[in-house]
Design a protein around this ligand. Sequence first.
Ligand code: SAM
Ligand code: SF4
Length: 414
Amino acid sequence: MTTYHVWTIGCQMNRAESERITAQFETLGYTAAMHISEADIIVLNSCVVRGSAEERVVNKLHDLKHLKQQKPQTLIALTGCMVETDTAKLHKRFPFIDHFFKAGENPPWLEKPSTPPSPLNPQPSSYVTISQGCNNFCSYCIVPYRRGRERSRTIDEIICEVKELARRGAKEIILLGQNVDSYGRDLPGTPDLADLLTDLNKTEGLVRLRFLTNHPKDMSQKLIETIAALDKVCEQINLPVQAGSDAVLKEMGRGYTVEQYTKLVQRIRENVPGVAISTDIIVGFPGETEQQYQETFDLLSKLKFDTVHVAAYSPREGTIAAKQYPDDVPPAEKKSRLSRIEQLQEQVQGEINARLLGQKVEVLVEGKNKGKWYGRTRTDKLVFFSSGENYTGQTVIIEIDKTSAWSLQGKPVL
Ligand code: SAM
Ligand code: SF4
């Protein structure tokens, strides 16, 4: 009996890829190893978006080097954003790795290219990739170099996969792409995300649809109206701003101004009542002054996002920013800027969540942790509750009786 282990780090796209790879192993009749050291085949799904993620992958690879010395028959494969088109350098650095395959490509154990199988027992909330790669080349970002140009999957292919997942029990589908707003531009007839959502909204058995990531320069009014009109599409939008200073945004190559972004957020809020908006921020971009940082801080205080993912700038070899701008904000300063935003956001989230006290919210239950059921609202808020019944995969109305910046608690309304 062949056993496997898939190790994953990084974004939702990597998690979706790993689910796909796991499903392939299961289809081949392989079983999950109890521990990585016992597996016959190990797949490392890597991330190099920031230096910290890359270090974790390298540490894992060092562990595997020892494992391979003790068990030379173990097959080791590396995928994800660490894998470049030319793998010669990686071969030289990690000679004990047996296979390299690029993010989104088929692993070598699949004899011929085939449609990736969906998980046999999908999670109540499952990912479906709608496009690979990115054409934007934001100056700090390595993704377009490692994942290539944007390639959209056809609407038919996506519908087929979503229907199958729903048939097998998935209730929520999260559509993934580096820029979902440019979905379809490379397809005949140039369908867009709004068209795709309109078709997927008809899927029997499916309760919710979400999608990420939006790019502020490409999000259309048609899409905003479609989100408002379709019952299964959740009132939740991920809209990375990255910085609140026009000068920094320009050097990042983001293609919008703070004013344009602010107007877009206002338009979304006007059109989609109760919408939750999340964003991403990079602090300490080369040359970012305290004043420019303050503009980002002020924008976050003003717009009050439901969630903010904040990262310290990390120069990535080969990107425009790494070539052109010295990484001149000291690490301690980056850390301070990051933690000031985290503190602000904790307060903002605490206030937003407190408004839900006493309210009844719809929760899609994902599972149980430490004796409590947990799931998410349509606005992506984590909710915990206790009950003796089995709620996995069900939508249940919960009356909120406790809130914090990070989660909500309540009781099922019978
Ligand atoms: N396509 C999405 C977008 O436009 O935001 C997400 C892609 S990126 C892999 C995810 C997040 O990582 C970005 O939103 C950005 O905040 C962060 N990121 C990307 N490159 C980075 C870098 N060099 N240093 C720090 N954070 C980075
Ligand atoms: Fe990277 Fe920008 Fe593409 Fe997002 S849109 S993946 S940040 S290049």
